[in-house]
Design a binder for this molecule. Structure first.
Ligand code: FES
Length: 176
C-alpha cells in the first residue's frame, strides 16, 4: 500500500471527521484513482464538498484541482453547497437594486451574520444573490424557500426569516 508521503498536506482542519476521512484515504492508498471514493468519504462526513476539501484531495492524491472540480460538478451526487434548512435569494437586479434590494441584503447580514453566497454555521440559512429573476413589478423582492415575496422591506424579510427559521429549529439541514 502506498504510504502518505511525509510532505503530504495536512487536512483542512482539526475536525474529528477528518480523522476518519484520512484513515479512509490511507486505506485506499492515496492513489489518483481513489479520488471519487475520497470525495464520497468527505461528503458522507460533512454533507458537501467545501473548496478546502477539494484542494486537500487534489494535493494529497496528486490530481489537478481543475480535474477535481470537474468530477465534483459532473456527478449529481456531489454537492459543493452546504446543507441548509432555508434558502433566501435576494434580487439585486437593476430595479430591485434601486428599490432597496441592498438594504435587504444588509439586514440579513446584520441579523444572521451571513452575506450573499454564504450559509450560517448552524445550517439554518443560505443567502444567494440574484441578478433579476424577471419579476421586476414586485421589486424589491426575495425568494424564500421558493416563495416569491415582494414588494417587500428589510424588516418584513427579517420577520419572515425569523419565523421560518424558528419553526424548523432542531431539524437537520438538507441539501441546498
Ligand atoms: S430586478 Fe429584481 S426582479 Fe428584476
Amino acid at each position: 500500500m502506498t504510504q502518505r508521503p511525509p510532505d503530504a498536506p495536512a487536512p483542512p482542519s482539526d475536525d474529528a471527521r477528518w480523522k476518519r476521512i484520512v484513515a479512509t484515504l490511507r486505506r485506499l492508498g492515496h492513489r489518483p484513482q481513489s479520488l471519487i471514493e475520497g470525495m464520497h468519504a468527505v461528503q458522507n462526513e460533512f454533507g458537501y464538498l467545501e473548496p478546502a476539501a477539494l484542494r486537500y484531495l487534489a494535493e494529497l492524491l496528486v490530481v489537478p484541482l481543475a480535474k477535481v472540480h470537474g468530477v465534483a460538478t459532473f456527478y449529481h451526487h456531489f454537492t459543493m453547497r452546504p446543507p441548509t434548512r432555508h434558502t433566501c435569494v435576494v434580487c439585486l437586479g437593476t430595479v430591485c437594486h434601486i428599490k432597496r434590494g441592498p438594504a435587504i441584503l444588509a439586514e440579513i447580514e446584520k441579523r444572521y451574520g451571513v452575506g450573499a453566497g454564504a450559509t450560517t454555521a448552524d445550517g439554518s440559512l443560505s443567502v444567494v444573490e440574484a441578478r433579476c429573476i424577471g419579476a421586476c413589478s414586485l421589486a424589491p423582492l426575495v425568494v424564500l424557500d421558493g416563495e416569491t415575496i415582494g414588494p417587500t422591506t428589510p424588516e418584513e424579510v427579517r420577520e419572515r426569516l425569523d419565523s421560518c427559521i424558528a419553526k424548523t429549529e432542531g431539524e437537520p439541514p438538507r441539501d441546498a
